[in-house]
Design a protein around this ligand. Structure first.
Ligand SMILES: Nc1ncnc2c1ncn2[C@@H]1O[C@H](COP(=O)(O)OP(=O)(O)OP(=O)(O)O)[C@@H](O)[C@H]1O
Ligand SMILES: O=C(O)C1=C[C@@H](O)[C@@H](O)[C@H](O)C1
Length: 280
């Protein structure tokens, strides 16, 4: 049995590394997973275009589904992504969600999407690719729209469906979340508390702006892209970097696209994604 699913990448409103609360929004760029069940009894994985990359996350997603719902099957999982790994755009959450949905589909199991999302978060903890479990990123990718979460107990506190244009800037360097300086992030918890209050009130754009300055300082990324975005648009560092996302009207983002495009890396315009992950 073979099945395929896709899940969107995401940008950050509030990074959860400071106080455990997080908020993220899905963007219209997918990671797709194809899972083929077999009778080998073992699970293997491959990531298109990254032959040496670590496949433990997607393999653990399949294994967790097989352990819970399977009957001794093995499987091969293959992912391909429109966003690069370790860029702050939550490709790990998207890959986990797509892999879990494809495995469940291949097994013929019907599970609600929040429960499916928690399997991917558990697999991310098993694989050691996350600090908090990143339920904020995972829930935004699985459900679409923007979510606000408590990552300490994987609780969904709020979900909304904003219709934003989004400008994404991804520098050429890479930053793995598991390597982030957590103790520097924890020092700025009082700032993260302010961001949380704004996000909980639905003031996502103000929340993003404060998050951007606070986490650029803590994680030592330049604040210049944030200044360039203001006041017409709002930008933040996404996740643990190095990408930035800006939200606002198309008329505000188009001139910013010209400015950010001068920087080394890749800048592109997209939108929020409001429907989340799907079986294909
Ligand atoms: N497209 C993918 N396919 C399979 N595995 C992936 C994919 N993207 C990420 N991963 C797995 O997740 C691990 C951690 O990725 P990383 O920390 O870079 O996450 P990210 O989601 O890209 O970044 P961030 O959390 O900052 O947005 C990678 O080492 C890899 O094992
Ligand atoms: O690994 C983690 O726990 C996280 C990584 C980043 O994406 C953060 O933006 C997220 O809030 C939590």
């Amino acid at each position: 049995m073979i099945a395929r699913a896709a899940a969107p990448a995401a940008g950050t409103v509030l990074n959860a590394l400071a106080n455990g609360y997080g908020s993220a929004f899905a963007i219209d760029a997918d990671t797709e997973a194809t899972v083929e069940l077999d009778d080998t009894g073992t699970v293997s994985g491959e990531i298109e275009g990254a032959e040496d990359a670590d496949t433990r996350l997607i393999e653990r997603c399949v294994e967790r589904c097989l352990e819970r719902f399977g009957d001794g099957e093995g499987a091969h999982v293959h992912t391909e992504s429109e966003v690069p790994m370790a860029s702050g755009l939550k490709s790990s959450s998207a890959a986990a969600n797509a892999t879990v949905l494809a495995t469940l589909e291949a097994l013929g199991v019907d599970l609600d999407r929040k429960a499916a999302c928690r399997i991917g978060v558990a697999a991310a903890r098993d694989a050691g690719v996350t600090v908090t479990g990143a339920f904020d990123d995972a829930s935004a990718s699985m459900l679409g729209g923007v979510t606000v979460t408590d990552n300490t107990d994987d609780e969904l506190l709020a979900r909304d469906e904003p219709d934003w244009d989004v400008l994404v800037y991804t520098p050429d360097e890479r930053a793995y979340s598991a390597d982030a300086d957590v103790s520097r992030c924890e020092r700025i918890a009082p700032m993260a508390d302010i961001v949380y209050e704004l996000a909980a009130d639905g003031a996502y754009e103000s929340a993003m702006a404060v998050n951007g300055f606070a986490f650029c300082a803590a994680l030592e990324f330049p604040t210049e892209p944030l200044i360039e975005a203001m006041p017409a648009a709002t930008a933040s560092l996404s996740g643990t970097g190095p990408s930035y996302t800006a939200v606002g009207d198309r008329e505000a983002l188009e001139p910013l696209e010209s400015v950010w495009s001068e920087r080394a890396g890749h800048t592109w315009l997209t939108t929020t994604q409001r429907t989340g992950a799907t079986v294909r």
